[in-house]
Write a protein that binds this ligand. Structure first.
Ligand SMILES: Nc1nc2c(ncn2[C@@H]2O[C@H](COP(=O)(O)OP(=O)(O)OP(=O)(O)O)[C@@H](O)[C@H]2O)c(=O)[nH]1
Length: 429
């Protein structure tokens, strides 16, 4: 059976070597005869040293955004990402078309987001990897709403793996820097809940051995910490509370380290790239085994929650209007069974939908509803008439009945008319 490509999202501190790394693994895959599909999500980069199939800069002009909204560099990046996130359905449409075999494609269609690949590749030549380069301002991407939307949307369509790029020479320079970097990676892991690979980059300058030893051997990290403390004391200072804090942190990070794959890579020389792709394969399997079922579980939970919410609200409304609740519910359920269920496509959709429910108290505005019977007005009238024809407990009481009669319509105010229409539609939903 055809397998979807794995999306590798490269994140890391500014200057850690993300872009150079993407360039290296892109070249590696081209040489191996399996060219990836590449996305650049950094709107502020001036030169991209690889050929990006989708480039945020083609859709959003970062400098113009800064000028128009009177923003600084970080605000400009954030707003550009927000603007790009509004096109996520088009981006996913393009990705699905270019990277998925027809049997795995959904119905999403591509719009005006620029994709440079001219035509869908032949089935045997579908990319096995989707590579994403992200802005250097890591917090702007990871902690923004648009970053979450982009990541969760991607993860709902493709197995998605984070590659956290680390500047090795800088990170192993002290236990403090190492710990800060690990805590940052930890926060991203828990925020995104996606499988993560720690990529110790620039190993041509400094090997990753030291960092790996600190992760795997607690004693080794403790002795490095003690050594630094002694050196600080010799200089007349002291490690102060920081050393105590780092010491305690190292005790609790063992579990976190166990969840990660660690590879040393040189984006300059290409050393370690094969190991990186082995780690990607392992994390792809982990994603399919653990993340995907969790995503599905959350979707189902939200759908059920939403249905329950709607039912309770209908009950309350029917009660207010003095209408037989059980009959109204029966009708409501039978109509709902016929209607195509509206389902969240992504985690963020699902969250947004649940937010909507909370805001509106579970009520669905019938005016927003897609109409299945032709035009909106026609659909409302039809449902209204149908509800009246059905009569029974779902029908208006004797006093209400006059509302239904065309001749009596003139006696109603516009507001009353709308209220009853909305109520009827709600009952038949
Ligand atoms: N020696 C060495 N230098 C590297 C390596 N990878 C990247 N660099 C250098 O590190 C610097 C930063 O690399 P970039 O790829 O621009 O880093 P980035 O993380 O994309 O930077 P931002 O776009 O600012 O976030 C450049 O000078 C690269 O040449 C490597 O493996 N070895």
């Amino acid at each position: 059976m055809a397998s979807p490509p794995v999306a590798v999202v490269c994140i890391g501190m500014a200057g850690s070597g993300k872009t150079t790394f993407v360039q290296r693994i892109n070249a590696h895959l081209h040489t191996a005869g399996t060219p990836p599909y590449v996305l650049n999500l950094d709107p502020a980069v001036t030169r991209v040293p690889f050929d990006a199939n989708i480039d945020i800069r083609d859709s959003v002009n970062y400098k113009e955004v800064m000028k128009q909204y009177k923003l600084g560099p970080n605000g400009g990046i954030l707003t550009s990402l927000n603007l790009f996130a509004t096109k996520i359905d088009q981006v996913l449409g393009i990705l699905e078309k270019r990277c998925l075999p027809p049997e795995l494609q959904s119905t999403t269609t591509a719009g005006d987001v620029s994709a440079k690949t001219p035509a869908p590749p032949a089935p045997g030549k579908l990319p096995q990897h989707i590579l994403l380069d992200t802005p250097g301002q890591i917090e702007v991407f990871v902690w923004s709403a648009s970053g979450s939307i982009l990541l969760s949307s991607l993860a709902s369509s493709f197995p998605t793996v984070l590659a956290y790029i680390i500047d090795t020479p800088r990170t192993v320079s002290s236990t403090n820097t190492f710990m800060s970097n690990m805590l940052y990676a930890l926060s991203i892991l828990y925020k995104t809940k996606l499988p993560m690979i720690l990529v110790f980059n620039k190993t041509d300058v400094k090997s990753e051995d030291q960092a790996v030893e600190w992760m795997r051997d607690f004693e080794s990290f403790q002795s490095a910490l003690r050594k630094e403390e002694e050196e600080a004391e010799m200089r007349g200072g002291s490690g102060g509370y920081m050393h105590g804090l780092v010491n305690s942190m190292s005790l609790v990070l063992e579990e976190f380290y166990n969840q990660l794959s660690v590879v040393g890579v040189s984006s300059m020389t290409g050393a370690g790239v094969d190991n990186f792709f082995e780690a990607v394969q392992a994390k792809k399997e982990e994603f399919q085994k653990e993340y995907a079922p969790e995503l599905q579980r959350r979707r189902e939970e939200l759908t059920q929650e939403r249905a329950g919410h709607r039912e309770r609200e209908v009950e309350r409304l029917m009660g207010d209007m003095n209408v037989d609740v059980s009959e109204a519910n029966r009708q409501s359920r039978s109509m709902a069974g016929k209607r195509k269920k509206e389902e969240p496509e992504t985690v963020s959709d699902a969250e947004a939908m649940s937010d909507e429910d909370e805001e509106s108290g579970g009520l669905v505005d019938p005016d927003d509803d897609d109409d299945e019977d032709g035009g909106e007005d026609g659909g409302l009238t039809k449902r209204y008439q149908q509800a009246l024809r059905d009569g029974g407990a779902g029908a208006p009481s004797a006093e209400d009945a006059s509302f239904a009669k065309p001749e009596a319509k003139t006696t109603m105010t516009k507001q009353q008319e709308m209220q009853i229409l909305k109520l009827r539609v709600l009952v038949t939903k």
